[in-house]
Design a protein around this ligand. Structure first.
Ligand SMILES: Cc1cc2nc3c(=O)[nH]c(=O)nc-3n(C[C@H](O)[C@H](O)[C@H](O)COP(=O)(O)O)c2cc1C
Length: 224
């Protein structure tokens, strides 16, 4: 059995990727982790080229991924919150699942139906409430991914959330900029030091949840 992990953060080796990896590692199954960070993945352009054969015709880095998604027994998708929603790169990737949905002869569309999935959700604001959505900042991306899973009839075994580092920690102006995420989430007078920069290692309870989720994913696959 094979589990495919997708990290939808444009940043390599940051919290999203590490969280997806923690889930994958805990499955003890054959896994593959792909980061979208250096890939060109455009959104669905509704060309309908996939209607006849369920194969996306947009020529970019999605095509090899499309085959990997189909071949995997389970997928783990991780993404960060950007502007209070799922980031665009992951959204574009998930939009392309449209190619799996057509059933022109009535003999078996919904090609991802009954695949098993798990979600890694990251937000720089962590437990801060997201205005207008009745959710915490690090829950938002996961909720949006779950929506894509539901549409494609992917059975979600769970979500794990982690706080990532807002880019304001490294932009150079995080202590002075009036709209700095460092000030917003850590206090107006925050001083940037390695101790306050969030990362997965500082969230052992999240790592434990990721491990439990990976084991749950494996157990669910073993039941099939
Ligand atoms: C364009 C942009 C917008 C962001 N908007 C939000 C936001 O609305 N809420 C939040 O909690 N974090 C926000 N963040 C912070 C990211 O969620 C955070 O940096 C996260 O750690 C990114 O995941 P990564 O570390 O795996 O790259 C934003 C980051 C960027 C680059």
């Amino acid at each position: 059995m094979k589990v495919l992990g997708i990290s939808g953060s444009p940043r390599k080796s940051h919290t999203t990727e590490e969280l997806v990896k923690a889930i994958l590692d805990a499955t003890s199954l054959e896994t593959e982790l792909i980061s979208l960070h250096d890939m060109t993945i455009n959104g669905c352009i509704c060309c309908l080229g996939c209607v006849e054969d369920n194969v996306c015709k947009v020529r970019d880095d999605y095509i090899p991924l499309m085959h990997k998604v189909l071949e995997a027994d389970a997928i783990v998708v991780g993404a960060p919150n950007y502007f209070g929603r799922l980031n665009a790169l992951t959204h574009a990737f998930l939009e392309r699942f449209y190619c799996f949905r057509h059933d022109k002869d009535g003999l078996g569309g919904m090609r991802l139906s009954r695949k098993i999935g798990a979600i890694a959700s990251v937000g720089g604001g962590g437990e801060w409430e997201m205005p207008g959505r009745d959710r915490k900042m690090y829950e938002i991306a996961g909720e949006d991914i779950k929506g894509f899973f539901d549409y494609n009839e992917i059975e979600c075994v769970g979500t794990v959330e982690a706080q990532g580092a807002v880019p304001c920690f490294s932009c150079g102006y995080g202590e002075v900029c009036s709209v700095s995420g460092v000030k917003r989430f850590f206090g107006q007078d925050s001083k940037i030091s390695p101790e306050i920069i969030p990362c997965l290692d500082k969230q052992p309870e999240v790592i434990n949840k990721a491990k439990s989720l990976g084991k749950r994913l494996r157990d669910r696959l073993n039941k099939n």
